[in-house]
Design a protein around this ligand. Sequence first.
Ligand SMILES: Cc1cc2nc3c(=O)[nH]c(=O)nc-3n(C[C@H](O)[C@H](O)[C@H](O)COP(=O)(O)OP(=O)(O)OC[C@H]3O[C@@H](n4cnc5c(N)ncnc54)[C@H](O)[C@@H]3O)c2cc1C
Length: 344
Amino acid sequence: MSSNNYQVIIVGQGIAGTLLSYQLHKNGIKHLVIDQQSEYGATRVAAGLINPFMLKWGRKVKNGDEYLQYADALYRELETFLQTRFYYPTAVNKLFKQGDRELWEKQMKKRKFADEVELSDRDLSAEGISSKEGYVSIKTTARIDFNVLLDAYRCFLKSQSVLLEESFDESELQVNLKGVKYKQYSANQIIFCRGAWESRSEMFPQVEFEPSKGEVLFVKCPSLNLSEIISKDIFLMPVEDGCFKVGASYSNQCTDIKPTLEKKEELIRKLDSFLLRDYEVLDQYSGIRPILTDRKPICGFVGESPLIGIFNGLGSRGGLMAPLYSKLMSIDILQKDNLLGSFN
Ligand SMILES: Cc1cc2nc3c(=O)[nH]c(=O)nc-3n(C[C@H](O)[C@H](O)[C@H](O)COP(=O)(O)OP(=O)(O)OC[C@H]3O[C@@H](n4cnc5c(N)ncnc54)[C@H](O)[C@@H]3O)c2cc1C
């Protein structure tokens, strides 16, 4: 195989493209990753909460245990592979509003997850948090520092000379029965992992997007000594040196990708409803969640060409779901690769 000949080209290096690339690497599949890094990439701005529960409803996400089990194993494996720490199992304490306690008690009995969660009436005010109605502590959650993971994996791709840092130009893509060609690079298959950017393309007209913009604040509060994540409408997540992430907002207004004053004020209002300490807002980030109309992730070959695949629709739980879906996508790719020749 010549140096510009690959089995697979991946477009996009958010969490979808990163984990798919790692799965292909493990299977010895020669591939090229094309990514134009953006400060608005969903993975880059995401808080990084890995949570199999729907906190509002006191229930688990469908297949939540399977997602979590595989995600936990894959992130730990990647930490070893990249020799970098980015995955931190951390409890989430969901502060109750009126009626929440009864809901959680009922669900805990019905759905039998009492060993994963614990109800508490402990007063957290000395620790800087107002918890008048009590809270539920969820033990099977984690936070992931997505930027550390993406940067470390990017370094790995560069060390293998398989990262093309540019904006993918669709007009340069040629497809025939045996494979695809992009500029001087040829491959058997191409997989698009472009997150919400895919909604602006015509590549998969049958895939319908309903993206949602999200914003996060980065705040400094040195007097707050918190090791676990707090959630009440929004979350307050400890990250480093007295700094915390606060978010996230939701909006279907996705035309302007930049952070807004409106959402900053909304997040501050929600934070002030339970944080009893003074803090300073250091920064604000925004990005677009790639959500499909049926709210489910998509991975596979759904377009007109059987050689053009998509891995997308990770919504607001990319950290939880991307690991298992990346595995499924890689199985599809491997099966197809066995049947194909090279582009010529
Ligand atoms: C504010 C906010 C908070 C969130 N919080 C969480 C959270 O706590 N936990 C959680 O699990 N999920 C969270 N999410 C959701 C999560 O971010 C997404 O599910 C996930 O990151 C989607 O990953 P992706 O790889 O599909 O897309 P992205 O991360 O957007 O990656 C797409 C990549 O493709 C690149 N790209 C696009 N077009 C091109 C092109 N033409 N050429 C080259 N490169 C291109 C982009 O630059 C980017 O690098 C949050 C999202 C937002 C917006």
